[in-house]
Design a protein around this ligand. Structure first.
Ligand SMILES: NC(=O)CC[C@H](N)C(=O)O
Length: 374
């Protein structure tokens, strides 16, 4: 027997549907993602902490979930909203259905609502807080109040909330979980990766290119990293607003001063922009999908990219020694920067894909090349 569920937005809009996950309630910022596959990678991306994701593609769950596609240690999205969950899933890798996975990870989720209408609201008014309630005895007015109580994502420092508590080495045991990835037996570069909510495929792609990886908690001081004498520092993706992460900004400024090759992705890109003296701001509804065209301004090439961000580096705030290397062809926003006087660069989208196209994977090779030169 299916149970009812309700999605209430902070503006008072109500969507009545069916529960496809855990009983209970959840609040978060509601964002839409246009990827047509990759729901398991999206749910397990720590950058979605305190965000409820609605997928615009109508059929979600068709291929189930499996033990290899998780991008982190668990589900981080605060909830899931979809149009239609198929009755049956089918894939040779599947170990359970999406519904079973949501229940196992205690994720409140709703299906059978008009996700096109919801997406139009989010596009017109911007991402806004919402509350999903599932089970019997749903109180709609209370759900709207709970949605309003979420406030804003602006000002929330979540990198330190999701980060690993302890330093760890990225070992072969974890690499094996990646399908089709080769293990480098003689790593060539020692890289320290800051875990602000790191996705596993980033670590796999660095390891595959010959990096020996030590993953450190978000608040690790620069001195501790320098004591490890790394060839390069990687700044990961992560949830929340980059601006309050003063601990990370201060550490990055030390790496810049010491001219250590540095590469940042998404939150890491925004933190590099802040460390270089720029500013960041919240976007109206952000970029979340696997089909965003981005231009490499050095080559003119246009790539189709994976995206998941709600904040951006403000172009007009950047000092003279920061060059814009990539730009979104959807809205012209900054997608990549490089310092002209330091071996440091970053990308706003997701070169590691998972999910999404691999067009920007060459940036991992650029990081390797910057360490070879240093
Ligand atoms: N994927 C990410 O690293 C997201 C960065 C940041 N939390 C944003 O929303 O813009």
């Amino acid at each position: 027997m299916s149970k009812p569920a309700l999605l209430a937005l902070a503006d008072g809009t109500l969507f009545h549907g069916t529960s496809i996950g855990a009983d209970g309630e959840t609040i978060g910022e509601v964002v839409f993602n246009t990827a047509i596959t990759g729901y398991q990678e999206i749910l397990t991306d720590p950058s979605y902490c305190r965000q409820i994701v609605t997928l615009t593609y109508p059929h979600i769950g068709n291929y189930g979930v499996n033990p290899e596609d998780a991008e982190s240690r668990g589900v981080f999205a605060a909830g899931l909203i979809i149009r239609d969950l198929p009755l049956l899933h089918s894939n040779f890798r599947a170990s359970m259905s999406l519904g079973e996975y949501l229940v196992k990870h205690n994720v409140v989720a709703i299906a059978d609502i008009d996700t096109r209408k919801l997406t139009r609201i989010l596009r017109e008014k911007g991402a806004q807080p919402g509350c999903i309630v599932s089970g019997d005895n749903i109180d709609a007015a209370a759900a709207v109040e709970k949605a309003k109580s979420f406030g804003s994502m602006a000002g929330q420092d979540l990198a330190k909330v999701v980060s690993a508590a302890e330093r760890y080495e990225w070992t072969t045991a974890e690499w094996k979980l990646g399908v089709g990835y080769t293990v480098q037996s003689n790593p060539k570069f020692k890289v320290v990766a800051y875990d602000f909510g790191v996705k596993h495929n980033i670590l796999r792609m660095l390891a595959e290119r010959g990096c020996e990886l030590t993953v450190v908690p978000a608040q690790t001081p620069a001195a501790d990293v320098l004591a490890m004498n790394p060839d390069g520092v990687f700044l990961s993706n992560g949830p929340g607003d980059p601006e309050p992460c003063d601990y990370a900004i201060e550490a990055i400024q030390v790496f810049l001063e010491k001219r250590i090759p540095t590469f940042g992705i998404c939150l890491g890109h925004q933190l590099l922009g802040l460390a270089a003296g720029g500013k960041t701001s919240k976007m109206k509804f952000g970029h979340h999908g696997a089909n965003h065209p981005v231009q490499d301004l050095d080559t003119g090439h246009v790539m189709i990219t994976s995206q998941n961000h709600g904040f951006q580096v403000d172009e007009s705030s950047l000092p003279g020694n920061v060059r814009i290397t990539h730009r979104s062809l959807f809205d012209g926003t900054v997608q990549g920067i490089a310092l002209t006087d330091r071996p440091a660069f970053s990308f706003q989208g997701h070169p590691e894909a998972s999910p999404g196209p691999h067009d920007v994977a060459y940036l991992f090779d650029r990081f390797i090349a910057s360490m070879s030169k240093a």
